[in-house]
Ligand binder design. Structure first.
Ligand code: UD1
Length: 379
């Protein structure tokens, strides 16, 4: 069986390809080596290369851009399944590079699906990388109204340093609860809209043309190979670069916002299950750990592990498009696919650190922060 992995040279893609290759699949990696995330190009694929630099048996590496029908059509030849990971990632950046995000993510997926809809092929499964960002604010419970679906927080409220989400009915502060797949989606950034597009387009076309498709809503992924030079996303990698350069991690809001940090190997587990199991077909699944961690705790954990006596710099500023809390209810993927997250943040972060300490961690955070501030997207 041959699998096409778009974005296969990336952070998640490279781990996935190694794992699929070990499991006996043939792999075709299709990647455009986006400079923003591939500062050290080819760096992620070392384990799939021979000493002479050519791919090992069972692996092909193709340079390509998903927006190109010609390149993608060639890449689809003789392929039995597609894992579609290629995308531009960065919530803040997507709010001004709107065309680029929609072009790569939404249009790139349209190109892939139109080829599957209109050309002869052998593809019997599509797994697409969706994102927790499509939920907007995570699930919440109001002490008065019960479970509610909060909308984005009001600027007026946040100006007063009042960061928590409010009940949309009675305006009381609401507490976070695990977010399940039935929560209505409410994307709050262009990135999130493009991820919702990718998810819905794959499921709709998959259903219409009888190509079993699965959307995986990844929560906040971390691990080795996460781009240290991309200041637009991946808070654990961004904080690691800051600390390795002896600078304080800059924390938006008050640092008590929470996310569900999931190790890249657990993401690989979920994708492999989605590929292999028919129970996944036509479904959407959260992929996280089910545990929330505050951003301040991540900064402190990293400082401790990196042996830096540096406290986070709490900005009390809001980054446009950010949500306050979102962590996964993973019962659906556990029930349908037998997924079981194996790595806890406290230990999993060691992998990221061991790798980061070996890299030239270029800290570009200030540039990105200035760009957001200039546009009024962090205030
Ligand atoms: C977002 C998406 C997620 C997506 C990921 C990839 C949302 C809600 N989530 O994650 O689905 O897969 O991007 O791009 O849109 N922070 C700081 N300081 C920093 C960087 C971040 O305090 O230097 C804070 C942010 O304000 C946020 C949290 O850390 O509260 C997480 O940020 P980030 O790692 O960028 O990921 P998300 O925005 O949660």
């Amino acid at each position: 069986m041959k699998i096409l992995v778009t974005g296969g040279a990336g952070f998640v893609g490279s781990f996935l390809c190694e794992n699929l290759h070990k499991s006996g699949y043939d792999i075709r990696i299709f990647d455009n080596y986006e400079p923003q995330v591939h500062a050290a190009s080819h760096g992620n694929l070392g384990n799939l290369l021979q000493p002479n630099g050519l791919p090992i048996k069972g692996v092909e590496i193709v340079y390509g851009d998903t927006r190109s029908p010609t390149q993608l059509e060639a890449a689809l030849k003789d392929v039995d399944a597609v894992v579609h990971l290629a995308a531009q990632v960065g919530v803040g950046q997507s709010m001004y590079e709107i065309h680029r995000y929609v072009d790569h993510n939404t249009v790139g997926t349209a190109v892939l699906l139109e080829l599957l809809a209109s050309r002869k092929h052998n593809v019997k499964k599509v797994v697409v990388a969706s994102s927790m960002s499509i939920y907007g604010e995570g699930g919440a419970r109001c002490s008065h109204c019960g479970d509610v679906t909060p909308t984005l927080r009001e600027a007026e409220q946040m100006k007063l340093g009042d960061w928590e989400v409010r009940c949309p009915s009675c305006n009381r502060t609401a507490s976070p609860i695990p977010t399940n797949e039935l929560k209505p989606v409410l994307p709050t950034s262009i990135y999130a809209i493009s991820k919702r597009d990718q998810e819905e387009m794959c499921l709709v076309v998959g259903r219409a043309y009888d190509i079993p498709s699965v959307a995986l809503r990844f929560f906040n992924i971390y691990g080795p190979r996460q781009s240290l030079g991309n200041p637009y996303t991946g808070v654990a990698a961004i904080f690691s670069s800051r600390l390795l350069n002896d600078r304080a991690p800059v924390v938006f809001e008050d640092g008590n916002q929470t996310r569900d940090f999931v190790h890249v190997t657990d993401i690989v587990q979920a994708i492999s299950l989605a590929l292999a199991k028919d129970e996944a077909n036509g479904q959407v699944f959260n992929v996280g750990t089910g545990r929330p961690t505050s951003i301040k705790d991540v900064a402190n954990l990293l400082a401790r592990k990196l042996r830096r006596d540096i406290a986070p710099q709490i900005e009390n500023k809001f980054r446009e498009g950010d949500v306050r809390h979102c962590y996964a209810d993973i019962s659906k993927i556990q029930r349908y696919l037998g997924y079981k997250p194996a790595v806890e943040l406290e230990t999993g972060i060691d992998d990221l650190i061991a790798w980061a300490e070996d890299q030239q961690a270029e800290d570009r955070f200030d540039l990105a922060a200035a760009e957001l501030a200039k546009r009024g997207l962090a205030r």
